[in-house]
Design a binder for this molecule. Structure first.
Ligand SMILES: [Zn+2]
Length: 473
């Protein structure tokens, strides 16, 4: 029993150590603090985790003691740590079974005694053992070396049951993905801290606290280069989005509302991490989308600075089939870590691509030649197709081509208008494309199949905007 028990602890320690040594593993957050009043008292604390039973440990380090934390254990030293220093004590969280094993083997010990929430005894090796329960279901052992004062070492340790894994995610997940296919995670709105500010237009703007601070630093840095930005809109609650949706349905009908207003729960603005900027050019606020796009060189300067402050350009040009949104130079997204932001930007990935939520294909687009439409008009139509394609879950778009002016017949146009009561289309265009279906076979497509010459029929109304009307073979 004794050997088995020791092996258990040793295995546990090795697991803890290998976790701590692995750069990718979440390391317990250690912190040190000192109080200025009275004698200097230094402490360090961390959450020790064993199978989700987490224990918050605070260690008194006054008198020159030091500590090293691993994921389920800590090493306590009576001096500064160097390679040759042996630990004065090892603290480790245990399984209930191992804890009970210690209780059984303590029974023959001459100095066995009760301590608060547990028991203490001396092993044959001379090690002083302090075993306690923490809360209902977590167990802890402090194993003090024979030449250290056991009671004094144990008195340095304060333990408390911690929430499971709460050190894994000390704050919001700054890489959260919210798009047309992925809703806001449940409970998100309770987790984030929202701050309120006013912009130059007198509007109140809400944003997640850390994202807002990063934005202020970005704004300051841009101002030093003569580029002036302000915050148009950032955080919008799901409830608020629902109100907007309801109002639009009431005033304009369900179809128009669905096309104009983002589905409540599926807007990145719910995260508080998406910020819409506007410009101030020569002392004048420029905030309408159609005006803002007239300053590409200013946006270029802004976009270059984003990664340094933890932001990415969320809806870049040419990635509409991945993000589901047309190019928005003003919509920036806080991802938390400037290194991550830099990596995403330099690699040319979108957040979807980074997280493996969509295949980041390059789409080969051929506009051919047309005597009916300008290249810009055809580009607008292709963006419509690509934005819609982003909702074809698991599919990867490879190519699109304009089918040619031959398809723009009166007959085809009246066919397209037959889909609508108001017969609003004045022009028609056909695109053909190839895409690959997902392997899992959950979609409407045959699994893992390359579809060629798939058809997209679009109608164009008086205002010049395109709409996908029919898709298929
Ligand atoms: Zn936006």
């Amino acid at each position: 029993m004794h050997v088995k028990k020791l092996l258990c602890v040793l295995t546990a320690l090795c697991v803890a150590l290998s976790l701590a040594a692995c750069a990718g593993a979440p390391a317990p957050a250690a912190s040190a603090s000192s109080e200025s009043a009275g004698p200097v008292r230094q402490t360090a604390s961390a959450v020790l985790d064993r199978d989700g039973r987490a224990v918050f440990a605070e260690i008194d380090l006054s008198g020159g003691w030091s500590v090293e934390f691993a994921s389920g254990a800590f090493y306590l030293y009576d001096r500064e740590i160097d390679e040759n220093t042996e630990a004065a004590a090892i603290g480790v969280t245990l399984d209930e079974e191992v804890f009970e094993g210690y209780r059984a083997s303590s029974e023959g010990a001459a100095d066995l005694r009760e301590i608060e929430n547990g028991f203490a005894y001396t092993e044959e090796t001379g090690s002083r053992m302090y075993l306690t329960t923490v809360g209902e279901d977590a167990y802890f052992l402090l194993d003090v070396s024979p030449d250290t004062d056991g009671d004094a070492a144990f008195a340095r340790v304060y333990l408390e049951r911690a929430e499971e894994f709460d050190y894994y995610e000390p704050g919001p997940d700054y890489l959260v993905l919210v798009n047309k296919l992925n809703p806001l995670p449940e409970g998100w709105e309770d987790e984030i801290e929202i701050v309120s500010s006013a912009n130059s237009l007198g509007d109140t703007v809400l944003a997640e606290a850390e994202a807002y601070n990063a934005y202020l630093a970005l704004k300051e840095s841009l101002a030093q280069e003569g580029v002036y930005v302000d915050l148009d809109s950032a955080y919008r609650s799901v409830a608020e989005q629902q109100e907007i949706m309801d109002r639009f349905i009431k005033e304009y009908g369900a179809e128009y509302a669905r096309k104009t207003v983002a589905q409540p729960g599926y807007s990145e603005h719910h995260t508080g991490l998406a910020l819409d900027l506007y410009l101030n050019v020569d002392g004048t606020d420029v905030y309408l989308n159609e005006d803002m796009v007239l300053y590409p060189e200013i946006w270029e300067k802004i976009h270059q600075k984003l990664p340094e402050y933890g932001f990415i350009l969320r809806y870049p040009e040419g990635k509409e089939h991945v993000t589901g949104y047309g190019y928005e130079p003003w919509h920036i997204r806080y991802v938390g870590d400037p290194d991550v932001a830099r990596w995403i930007t330099d690699s040319g990935l979108t957040l979807e691509g980074l997280l493996g939520a969509a295949e980041e294909t390059e789409v080969d687009i051929d506009y051919g030649s047309s005597s009916i439409f300008t290249p810009e008009e055809l580009e607008d139509a292709a963006v419509q197709i690509k934005c819609d394609f982003a909702s074809w879950e698991g599919c990867a778009l490879h190519s699109l081509r304009y089918a040619g002016d031959e398809a723009c017949t009166e007959e085809n146009l009246s066919w397209l208008n037959s889909f609508r009561l108001d017969a609003r289309y004045v022009q028609i265009a056909e695109f053909l494309g190839s895409f690959h279906s997902p392997a899992d076979g959950l979609s409407a497509w045959d699994p893992d199949t390359e579809y060629e010459d798939h058809q997209w029929w679009l109608g164009r109304d008086e205002s010049g905007s395109w709409e996908i009307v029919s898709v298929g073979y």
